[in-house]
Design a protein around this ligand. Structure first.
Ligand SMILES: Cc1cc2nc3c(=O)[nH]c(=O)nc-3n(C[C@H](O)[C@H](O)[C@H](O)COP(=O)(O)OP(=O)(O)OC[C@H]3O[C@@H](n4cnc5c(N)ncnc54)[C@H](O)[C@@H]3O)c2cc1C
Length: 394
């Protein structure tokens, strides 16, 4: 099928069938009891992440020249969708897929040779992405973490929040200001991206404190005090970091949207099975339109969102601009998974609250995606301004 954008082709149905089957088989080893225990104990799903890394899925986007599989973004999208549709959760490791792109597209040949093969082999984890700060929030350009030149390298001071997986990652991609806001022509200038080796810095110039949240997410606060970095920790050119990060953000939005599609399908499968079996007033509850319609609506929303995810993937993989599609995909998919989660909650009645049914856990987990990695309002503001040509509101 040819999509809404000239010249791109979108595959419908279960594309990448072998990949879907292989990932589904791996996920079958990590059933509800595993995820319930991780959630209860707020435990990092180490065995699951290790299994994904060993099978090569976390290096799926690393080009073959650097030891990865060199597959397109759509393949990564299928992997994450399948993980979530299986009842598992990729949040413990998904970031590697999109963070890696900044290094791949903007790193020097030396940097790529140094880091990418070990990442592809699963020996090194690049799971942490330090952008958000307590004061700046969604207004990334006003972030205050500062990197200054010192001798042949850099010294960094500042603070990040919501830096997920920083305690489980070897490397962190860090966005810091290298030229003060008052001295730049455009607010998007003067920010730079660094690759920080957390193994050396943790406990010295970098202190990482976990933030306990309503889901098992392993997110943290990162305090940076006099972190010394070598010159070659800088990715690409000084001052152009925001542009580099934006490239990666489209991939991030598409991949998170793929997880939402997986969540939505999981909710719908579980809710429909329950609605067929649960008998109240001498008939299955699924015979009531009050139960059917929210599920049918969530199904329709999921299918529509899935088409936009595929369109965004196709554009990204063709090297074409895809900001509006990536943002639309994220918006629609996060809404679809939330509505499917809500319908699944209501369908399960009181049993939705019983942890052994997994509905409440997935419901808490999928709620995140209307807030992170970018909140729904900020996506709407982007579409209003960039696509509809309305005055900028942010
Ligand atoms: C569990 C979790 C994991 C995360 N992981 C990471 C990570 O690994 N790395 C990282 O860098 N960040 C991470 N984040 C941060 C996440 O990207 C931010 O929380 C998100 O972008 C929103 O920023 P904020 O929380 O500061 O909200 P704020 O910016 O304070 O916004 C609060 C509310 O106000 C709305 N709002 C703000 N400005 C406007 C406006 N102009 N118009 C309309 N509405 C507006 C927002 O939409 C939102 O609903 C994570 C967050 C969470 C909760």
């Amino acid at each position: 099928m040819t999509g809404g954008r000239e010249g791109i082709t979108i595959e419908l149905g279960a594309d990448w069938p072998e990949l879907r089957e292989a990932v589904g088989r791996l996920c079958a080893d990590f059933g509800p009891a595993y995820w319930q225990a991780c959630d209860r104990e707020r435990r990092y799903p180490e065995a699951f992440v290790a299994a994904l890394a060993e099978a090569g899925y976390l290096g799926i986007l690393v080009p073959e020249a650097y030891g990865g599989s060199g597959l397109p973004l759509r393949a990564a999208s299928v992997v994450l969708e399948t993980i979530h549709a299986s009842g598992c959760n990729a949040a413990a490791c998904h970031a590697q897929m999109y963070i890696m792109g900044t290094l791949l597209r903007h790193g020097s040949e030396d940097q790529k040779r140094r880091w990418l093969p070990a990442i592809a082999r699963g020996e090194l984890r690049l799971q942490a992405f330090g952008v958000t700060e307590p004061q700046s929030g969604s207004d990334t350009l006003s972030l205050r973490t500062r990197a200054r030149r010192k001798g042949g390298g850099w010294v960094v001071d500042g603070q990040k929040i919501w830096t997920s997986r920083a305690l489980h990652s070897d490397l962190m991609l860090l966005l810091a200001r290298t030229t003060p806001l008052e001295e730049v022509e455009k607010r998007t200038d003067g920010l730079s991206v660094f690759l920080v080796d957390l193994r050396e810095a943790r406990g010295r110039s970098v202190e990482i404190r976990p933030v306990r949240t309503m889901i098992n997410h392993h997110t943290t606060q990162v305090f940076i005090d006099g972190l010394e970095l070598p010159e070659d920790a800088l990715i690409g050119e000084e001052g152009r970091g925001f542009r580099y990060i934006l490239d990666g953000m489209n991939a991030e939005r598409i991949l998170i949207a793929s997880e939402c599609i997986g969540d939505a399908r999981w909710f719908l499968d579980r809710a429909c099975a329950y609605a067929r079996e649960r008998v109240v007033f001498d008939r299955p509850i699924g015979r009531n339109q009050g139960i059917q319609f929210p599920l049918a609506r969530a199904y329709a929303e999921t299918e529509a969102a899935d088409l936009v995810v595929r369109e965004a993937c196709a554009l990204f993989d063709a090297g074409r601009p895809c900001g509006p599609e990536a943002n639309t995909a994220k918006l629609l998919a996060a809404d679809a998974s939330w509505h499917a989660g809500e319908a699944a909650m209501q369908t399960h009645g009181g049993f939705a609250f019983a942890c052994e049914y997994d509905i409440e856990r997935k419901w808490r987990e999928t709620r995140l995606y209307r807030i992170a990695p970018v909140s729904t309002n900020l996506v709407l503001a982007y579409l209003a301004h960039k696509v509809l040509g309305l005055p900028k509101s942010y």
